[in-house]
Design a protein around this ligand. Sequence first.
Ligand SMILES: C[S@@+](CC[C@H](N)C(=O)[O-])C[C@H]1O[C@@H](n2cnc3c(N)ncnc32)[C@H](O)[C@@H]1O
Length: 257
Amino acid sequence: MEADFLIKILTMTEEWWKKFFGEGYIKEWEEAGMFRYTRREVNFLEKVIPLRKKDEILDLCCGHGRHAIELARRGYKVTGLDFSLYALGIARREAKRRNLIVSFVRGDARNFKFRKKFDVIINMFTAFGYGSREDDRKIIRNVSRSLRKEGKFFIDLQSLPWLWRNFKPVRRERVGKLRIVDKRTYDFLEGVVRSIRIVSDGTRKRISRTQTRSYTLAELENLLVEEGLKVVKFFGSYKGQPFGFNTKRMLVVAKKI
Ligand SMILES: C[S@@+](CC[C@H](N)C(=O)[O-])C[C@H]1O[C@@H](n2cnc3c(N)ncnc32)[C@H](O)[C@@H]1O
């Protein structure tokens, strides 16, 4: 009942993501093993974009820097941008510990500005679709402005056909000592999933609310083209499977035209 009520009062204007991606998120998702495929993901980026050693890369919405740091370890020049100070703190400490040079910058993906242009911009792990459609457009516009001509944009999103086929209003799981309950609704008009997540470790409960818009590939292509980019490749998984009804991710490589 509590969750149903909270889900209703979450509105489209709320910038929930400004507070959500802090300590609780990073610890829980780390414990759930969600970050364990970083190297495999970076192998995929190197192959499909494809990356060249001299490339200047921007990891947009880099979180605690797992891809940015792995890319720097492999010799690329990397900048990471995120809004979460907590996540950036972890990223900076980890880069320092490993003696790697990565510039981690606090900013908003809707309106960041760098003096230089990038060869490649990546946006990993569904770090898009958290606000209004206009917010999404601003992010894509900014990506386009910040890329060199012929530069590449890689975006890793949840697949909408997969989401529709597998949508469950309530999901319960146990991760280590954590009990996680997700209650979700799908807003067909807005194209967003609203979710309440209750995580308890036996003594403490953490309740968080999220909402994320998913796009069909055609809708995303439309948005990209309107902002001066164009899809050149797409896949359904980091194993390189073709995108289809049964693949979970929508991995898109677009080019600045
Ligand atoms: C799901 S996490 C992904 C983090 C990272 N890319 C990864 O793969 O671990 C989404 C990240 O996007 C960031 N974010 C979301 N909207 C943003 C915005 N408008 N500007 C800057 N950062 C944003 C959040 O702070 C969070 O760190």
